[in-house]
Design a protein around this ligand. Structure first.
Ligand code: GLN
Length: 231
């Protein structure tokens, strides 16, 4: 008899706090759509994962430097990133929205003139801010964590934040006292990423596992668990 082949363990980086995609629950267990999908895909395809939460920017860079094998962090598939990363098939649609206090003082991009906007380093929200801050005359304030940028708006230091639409909606549903005032910009899907030309087997297994989960209802079950029936 041949001994069972040991399963490869891959080192996966993620954003520390990006609910409902990744976050520590009340039992201090790492959960979320990304985390549950990755565990289910690993089980389906016969590999193991060691998940390391860090800032989004650090997660992206740790894969770029070859320190980590892959990143799943609500990471948007973009042309720029495709120069240095190979992405999986898309698994969730997103876009960047502006959120501000619900008091109605700042309800559009035009009202940001002379004010501050909180964004997270290395994200599409930050890229969006860069692309329009001259036109709308606002100053960009950067944070490593989504919670800290929400806090900066709640305290009144920043007038608004640019955040991914599903994440901002979820935070508001969980009680964050902010309101979304714009339609999603830079809309596009999330993907799992590896360093370009590296970890191709892992990428293939991710895609195969994702297809299996979509076919057997597990993908729908996981997203419904966090988002409810309407998503
Ligand atoms: N989707 C955004 C991006 O890829 C934000 C990701 C995040 O904050 N975890 O830049």
């Amino acid at each position: 008899t041949t001994p069972a082949k040991a399963e490869t363990t891959y080192q996966i980086a993620t954003d520390s706090t990006f609910p409902p995609f990744e976050f520590a629950n009340s039992h201090n267990k790492y959960v979320g759509i990304d985390i549950d999908l990755l565990h289910a895909i690993a089980k389906d395809q016969g590999f193991k994962v060691n998940i390391k939460p860090t800032s989004f920017n650090a997660a992206v860079q740790s894969v770029q430097s070859g320190q980590m094998d892959g990143v799943i962090a609500g990471m948007s598939i973009t042309k720029e990133r495709e120069a240095t990363f190979d992405f999986s098939k898309a698994y969730f649609m997103s876009g960047v929205v502006m959120a501000a206090k619900p008091n109605g003082k700042v309800t559009s991009l035009k009202q940001l003139r002379g004010k501050r906007v909180a964004v997270k380093t290395g994200t599409s929200g930050a890229q969006y801010a860069q692309s329009i801050h001259k036109k709308y005359g606002f100053k960009i304030v950067t944070f490593d964590e989504s919670n800290d940028m929400y806090q900066d708006v709640l305290t009144g230091n920043s007038a608004a934040t640019f955040e991914d639409s599903p994440v901002m909606k979820y935070a508001i549903r969980q009680g964050t006292k902010l309101k979304i005032y714009t339609k999603p910009a830079l809309s596009g899907p999330y993907g799992f990423a590896v360093k370009k030309g590296h970890n191709q087997k892992l990428l293939r297994m991710f895609n195969n596992g994702l297809a299996d989960l979509k076919a057997n209802g597990e993908y729908a079950r996981i997203t419904r668990h966090y988002l409810g029936a309407k998503g």
